[in-house]
Design a protein around this ligand. Structure first.
Ligand code: PXG
Ligand code: PLP
Length: 451
C-alpha cells in the first residue's frame, strides 16, 4: 500500500519521517510501538540520540553486539574506505585478501585447535552452519548414523529452522514445530531455590549435565551428532553455568564421540571476562564455536563458525576440484564485514577492552547486587559485563512489569533490555564506572516506582 493510500484508508501509524505501517518489525510489539514509537537517529560511544534530541545511555550494547561502543573511529574509517575500494567480491570460487586476514586473526584468538573459520552473516546462520558441519563431519567419518542433536531448555540459537530445532523456547515449538525432529533437550540450569543472588557462576547444578547420559541411553551415542549450548544463556535471561557443569558436558561428549558446540554469539569478544571466548574463560574446549554480534561490534552483519582442525581436515580429501562442503552464503565474508571485523579486532586489542571487562567486573557486580532488597526483585546475577535482574511478574500479566521498567528507563535516558520479567544488561566494554552508577541508580529509582 502506498503512503497516500494508507493515509486515505485508515488508522495507519504516522511519524515525522513518514508512515510506520509498512515495516513489519522483528521480535517487536508492532502495534504498541507504532502507537508510541521510540526512534534512535544517531549514536556515539556509549550513547544513542533519539529523534527528539535526547541522549540515551546504552546499557545493552545495542542487542549484545556493540562491544566496542558506537561509531568508533577505526571501524568507521575502515568501512568507509572499503566500500569505495572493493564493494563486493563473489564468495564462491573467488576471494579477497581481507577475508583471509580476518580468518587468520580470528583463528589465532580461538582456543586450542579451533583454527578454521567459516563466515556467515548472523548468529542464526552460524548456528545452522555449525549443525550442518557436524552432520557432514560424521558422514565424512563413516558415522552417518549420527544425525540427532541435543540442545537445552531455555536455549536460544537464533531463528533458522536448525536453530529453533535445538533451541529450547516454547513459542518456537508451538508455532513452527512441524519441521523440528530428531532433537532432545538437556534441562536448563536456572534454579533460584538453590542459587539465588549468585555472584559469578552458581555453586549448584553441575550434575544437570549428567542428563546427557539418559539421552544417550535412550537413543544410543551412535545416533547423536552434537550437543549445542550457550556457555552462558543470554537471550532467555542470563542463565549461568553451574560450577563444573561445562567441564562435565565436555567429558561426556568426549566419552561418547559427540561433538560439543558452544554458541558464543553473545559470550564471545570479551563479554564474560579477559578472554576472547567463554570457552577460553571457563577453560573448556568445544569442537565448534559459533559467533556473530561482537565480531564486527554490530556495525556490519557478520557471523563466523570456528571449527577444530580435526573437523576441517576430515573434509580435505578427494579430488582437488571437489567442493568439500556444500554450503555458503552470497555474503559469506563480505568485504565490508571483513574490513569492519579487522578494525573491530584492532580496536579491542589497542584499547585492551577484554581486560577492561575483567577490571570493571567487580565494580559492576557490586553495583548490580546493590539492588538486593528492592521491591519485586527476586534474583540478581552476573558474570563479566553481563547482569540480570529478575523481577516477580505481575499475576496474570507475565512480562508486563519488566517491560514497564524498560519504558521508564528509556524515558529517564537509559536503554535496558527485558526478556520475560528479567532485565538483562550488557553494556559496551568501554563503559566507565560513572556510567555504571548511572545505569543502576536509574534502574533502582524505576524499580521503586513500579506497580
Ligand atoms: N545464538 C545465540 C546464543 C544468540 O544469542 C543467536 C544465536 C542468533 O543471532 P542472530 O544474529 O541471527 O540474531 C543469538 C541472538 C536479546 C537478543 O535481547 C538476543 C539475540 C538476538 C536479539 C536479541 O536477548 N541473540
Ligand atoms: N534464494 C534464491 C532464489 C537465491 O538465488 C539465493 C542465492 O543465490 C538464495 C535464496 C540464498 O541467498 P543467500 O546466499 O544471500 O543466503
Amino acid at each position: 500500500m502506498s503512503t497516500l493510500e494508507s493515509i486515505a484508508t485508515g488508522p495507519s501509524a504516522k511519524h515525522a519521517n513518514g508512515s510506520l505501517e509498512e515495516f513489519w518489525m522483528p521480535f517487536s510489539a508492532n502495534r504498541q510501538f507504532k502507537a508510541k514509537p521510540r526512534m534512535f537517529v544517531s549514536a556515539k560511544d556509549m550513547h544513542y540520540t533519539t529523534d527528539d534530541g535526547r541522549d540515551v545511555l546504552d546499557a545493552t550494547a545495542g542487542l549484545w553486539c556493540c562491544n566496542a561502543g558506537h561509531a568508533r573511529p577505526k571501524i568507521v574509517d575502515a568501512v568507509q574506505r572499503q566500500i569505495a575500494e572493493l564493494d563486493y567480491a563473489p564468495a564462491f570460487q573467488m576471494g579477497h585478501p581481507k577475508v583471509f586476514q580476518l580468518a587468520e586473526r580470528l583463528a589465532a584468538l580461538m582456543p586450542g585447535s579451533l583454527d578454521h573459520i567459516f563466515f556467515t552473516n548472523s548468529g542464526s546462520e552460524s548456528v545452522d552452519t555449525a549443525l550442518k558441519i557436524a552432520l557432514a563431519y560424521h558422514k565424512t567419518n563413516g558415522q552417518e548414523g549420527r544425525t540427532r542433536f541435543v540442545g537445552r531448555e531455555r536455549g536460544y540459537h537464533g531463528v533458522g529452522f536448525g536453530g529453533i530445532s535445538v533451541g529450547g523456547i516454547g513459542n518456537n515449538r508451538r508455532f513452527f514445530g512441524s519441521m523440528l525432529t530428531g532433537v532432545d533437550h538437556l534441562p536448563h540450569t536456572h534454579d533460584l531455590s538453590k542459587n539465588a543472588y549468585s555472584k559469578g557462576v552458581p555453586e549448584h547444578g553441575a550434575d544437570l549435565a549428567d542428563d546427557l547420559e539418559n539421552i544417550v541411553a535412550l537413543h544410543g551415542a551412535e545416533t547423536i551428532a552434537a550437543v549445542i549450548v550457550e556457555p552462558v544463556a543470554g537471550s532467555t535471561g542470563v542463565l549461568l553455568p553451574p560450577k563444573g557443569y561445562l567441564q562435565r558436558l565436555r567429558e561426556l561428549c568426549t566419552k561418547h564421540g559427540i561433538l560439543l558446540i558452544f554458541d558464543e554469539v553473545i559470550t564471545a569478544f570479551g563479554r564474560v571476562g579477559n578472554a576472547t571466548t567463554a570457552a577460553e574463560y571457563f577453560g573448556v574446549q568445544p569442537d565448534i564455536i559459533t559467533m556473530a554480534k561482537g565480531l564486527t561490534s554490530g556495525t556490519i552483519p557478520m557471523g563466523a563458525v570456528a571449527v577444530d582442525a580435526k573437523i576441517y581436515d576430515a573434509f580435505m580429501h578427494g579430488p582437488d576440484n571437489a567442493i568439500e562442503l556444500f554450503h555458503g552464503y552470497t555474503y559469506s565474508g563480505h568485504p565490508m564485514a571483513a574490513a569492519a571485523g579487522l578494525a573491530t579486532l584492532d580496536t579491542y586489542e589497542e584499547e585492551g577492552l577484554f581486560a577492561r571487562t575483567a577490571e570493571l567486573a567487580p565494580y559492576w557486580e557490586s553495583a548490580l547486587h546493590g539492588l538486593k532488597g528492592l521491591p519485586h526483585v527476586i534474583d540478581l546475577r552476573n558474570i563479566g559485563l553481563i547482569g540480570a535482574i529478575e523481577l516477580q511478574g505481575i499475576e496474570g500479566k507475565p512480562t508486563a512489569r519488566a517491560f514497564n521498567a524498560f519504558l521508564k528507563c528509556y524515558d529517564k535516558g537509559v536503554l535496558i533490555r527485558t526478556t520475560g520479567d528479567i532485565i538483562a544488561l550488557s553494556p559496551p566494554l568501554i563503559i566507565s564506572k560513572q556510567q555504571i552508577d548511572i545505569i543502576f541508580d536509574t534502574i533502582s529509582a524505576v524499580i521503586k516506582d513500579l506497580d
